[in-house]
Design a protein around this ligand. Structure first.
Ligand code: FEO
Length: 402
């Protein structure tokens, strides 16, 4: 075990003992250009407790950071707040190495860990609201099913006011700065929004309920200690307000045009729509899937009011780049959007119908007739595109003024 790694003390009794992944660039389909961290925490209570573990290849880094505080063999309890492999990948090997007196997870966590490891695990279930005595202090558990998986839970250490929030309030950002207030606010908001859009968005109704439950619990939370990215120790209302905003998905005056193109015909149509919407006063983002990653699209859609999608027809289908982003968007369930579809074709022309059908499946309200162009769009077709853009702008302005 190397001694180049150190723990970071984050409160009177808690150390950060996680790992920094400077290299990861893809997190199950979400591009992570700035890496990530897998945070684990050591509570120096009478019963020394490890909160969460790290992704399997980073176990030695975590153990080395623990060893900078205590011999890992002194750990009494291990708590697994979330059973996704970026946090539990090395859990059984850690348990085998340190031989804690007890290990805990939520009821669903125990089930999930057994399914992942094909092992009884000897992990004890804890219930929502249950308290665990660590001797001179206490942990309290709150199930947070679907933030991010059905097994997820928060653990709250009242003594230091630390809420261990696993995926919630996190971001994929590799830094040596351990606290959010050590980073520029714009960078924090961008990274937190990108993470919310790509990971948390489908569970927005649960987020709103969980924020209410945390408030109702009466906990004097001084710190959010998530499992990814920096720790929030100041102005917790900033990230809580952002989560409220993103979870509500109130439409804004922003329209996102997403398209792919073969011979620039669909691109011409996209630009005609975008220019018309911008001229009508909307904030417009024009994203070509020939060049843009799906993660950027969902980041832009997070605070949008309209989604307009376009594709040429290729072999009786939409272009594969558009199939990729539409599948991704559909799964992430952005809400409260209006939209329309457009595209060019040579002879069969299924793409526009298919795109509109997917928008409807996504519960995007279609508020303008689709526009198609055979081969290269003539002036009259580009005028129809401009009309589509104006119709979207008029409807969106009406809705956000209500
Ligand atoms: Fe960071 Fe859902 O795992």
């Amino acid at each position: 075990m190397t001694d180049i790694y150190s723990a970071v003390k984050i409160s009177d009794h808690v150390y950060w003992v996680g790992a920094i992944d400077w290299s990861i660039r893809d997190f199950h389909g979400y591009t992570t250009p700035h890496g990530s961290t897998y945070n684990a925490y050591l509570i120096m209570a009478d019963k020394i407790t490890l909160i969460d573990a790290v992704k399997a290849p980073f176990m030695d880094e975590m153990l080395a950071r623990i060893a900078s505080v205590i011999d890992p063999a002194r750990i009494d309890y291990v708590v697994s707040n979330h059973s996704e492999q970026d946090h539990c990948g090395c859990l059984l090997r850690v348990i085998d190495r340190v031989k804690p007196e007890k290990a805990f997870a939520s009821t669903m966590g125990v089930k999930t860990l057994k399914e992942i490891f094909h092992d009884d695990c000897s992990i004890l279930p804890v219930k929502d609201g249950e308290k665990l005595s660590l001797g001179n202090m206490e942990l309290q558990f709150m199930e947070t099913r679907m933030i991010h998986w059905p097994d997820s839970m928060f653990s709250y250490l009242e003594k230091d006011g630390v809420l261990f929030s696993q995926d919630a309030f996190g971001m994929h950002l590799a830094t040596f700065e351990r606290f959010a207030d050590e980073l520029p606010p714009d960078e924090l908001e961008y990274e937190a929004a990108t993470y919310y859009a790509n990971i948390v968005l489908p569970y927005s109704p649960v987020v709103l309920k969980t924020l209410e439950r945390v408030s109702a619990a009466g906990w004097a939370v001084k710190m959010f200690a998530p499992d990814h990215g920096p720790i929030w120790r100041k102005d917790l209302n900033v990230i809580m307000d952002l989560y409220q905003k993103w979870a509500r998905q109130k439409p804004t005056d922003k329209a996102v045009v997403v398209y792919a193109t073969m011979w620039h015909s669909t691109e011409m149509m996209a630009k005609a729509i975008a220019e018309a919407m911008a001229a009508a006063g909307l904030r417009v983002r024009l994203l070509s899937m020939n060049d843009v990653h799906r993660s950027e699209v969902v980041y832009e859609v997070l605070e949008a009011g309209a989604l307009i999608v376009g594709s040429p027809t290729l072999n009786n289908n939409i272009l594969p780049q558009m199939a990729d982003v539409m599948t991704y968007l559909k799964g992430l369930k952005p809400a409260n959007l209006i939209g329309a579809a457009f595209g060019s074709f040579g002879w069969s022309g299924e793409s526009v119908k298919d795109l509109e059908a997917t928008l409807k499946e996504m519960k995007v309200e279609i508020v303008a007739d689709p526009v198609s162009a055979r081969h290269v769009p003539r002036e009259d077709v580009l005028e129809k595109c401009a009309h589509l853009g104006k119709a979207i702008a008029a409807e969106l302005k009406k809705r956000i003024s209500q």
